[in-house]
Design a protein around this ligand. Structure first.
Ligand code: PEP
Length: 249
């Protein structure tokens, strides 16, 4: 049976001092109560070396928040998949809604980023989800299927190696959360879309993200097609993050 995955997304937060305090507290908690799930934290790029050093020898995996669609070369400011690999990065977020919204990343760019990650031996966590306007217009299913289809189209042969994070845009950082039933409904749609692309759709972990916290995690994680969580705000507080980890059985 596959383990659930709980991944923290620190976004553009932290400092050398606060990261160390947070990581030490999370690692202490994980040492006291061994998680039944896989755990990762996605740190800003300048802190990957610090996270790599502090988590060495532990079961806490290093994740990155983005990767370049290019392999190498004259792309100022970009970070390649090969560079991430040198810092023991195991997972990388691609297509987070904040990248889609503020950096105008489209479905095909996200698919290329997933491809770059896979080629470097890094698991892409493909983020997708609808806006409130799209949900209200009855477009949720069409939007998430379109977003996932682009990734399947380019990466079909190794699609069972990806992780998908369903993150309704209206739930990210807003305190609004999809109900467990709403989240499960979308996850079931994604699972059947994956079933058409691979013989092993159950191998693929489907995470829910969007204001998941210590109070609502257990109910969300109890849904049959929710295989973990992508956690923003609550991953910055060690007790909350540890509580979510403990809920992922
Ligand atoms: C995220 O950044 O992916 C996220 C889910 O954020 P939050 O948990 O703060 O809504």
């Amino acid at each position: 049976m596959k383990k659930k995955l709980i991944a923290g997304n620190w976004k553009m937060n932290g400092s050398l001092a606060s990261n160390e305090a947070l990581l030490r507290a999370v690692l202490d908690g994980m040492a006291q109560q061994a998680p039944a799930c896989d755990v990762a934290v996605a740190a800003p790029a300048p802190y990957l070396a610090q996270v790599q050093a502090l988590t060495a020898g532990s079961s806490l995996a290093v994740a990155a928040q983005d990767v370049s669609a290019h392999e190498a070369g004259a792309y100022t400011g970009e970070v390649s998949a090969a560079m991430l690999k040198e810092f023991s990065v195991r997972y990388v977020l691609v297509g987070h809604s904040e990248r889609r919204q503020y950096h105008h990343e489209n479905d095909s760019l996200v698919a290329i980023k997933a491809q770059r990650a896979l080629a470097a031996g890094i698991t892409p966590i493909v983020c997708l989800g609808e806006t409130m306007q799209e949900r209200e217009a009855g477009l949720t299913e069409a939007v998430v299927k379109r977003q996932l289809a682009a990734v399947i189209h380019l990466n079909g042969h190794c699609i069972s190696e990806i992780v998908v994070a369903y993150e309704p845009v209206w739930a990210i950082g807003t305190g609004l959360t999809a109900t467990p039933e709403q989240a499960q409904e979308v996850h079931a749609v994604l699972r059947s879309q994956l079933a058409a692309a691979t013989e092993q759709p159950d191998r693929i972990r489907l995470l829910y993200g969007g204001s998941m916290n210590a109070g609502n995690a257990a109910a969300l994680l109890a849904q049959p097609d929710i295989d973990g969580g992508l956690i923003g705000g609550a991953s910055l507080k060690a007790p909350d993050f540890l509580q979510i980890i403990a809920s992922a059985k």
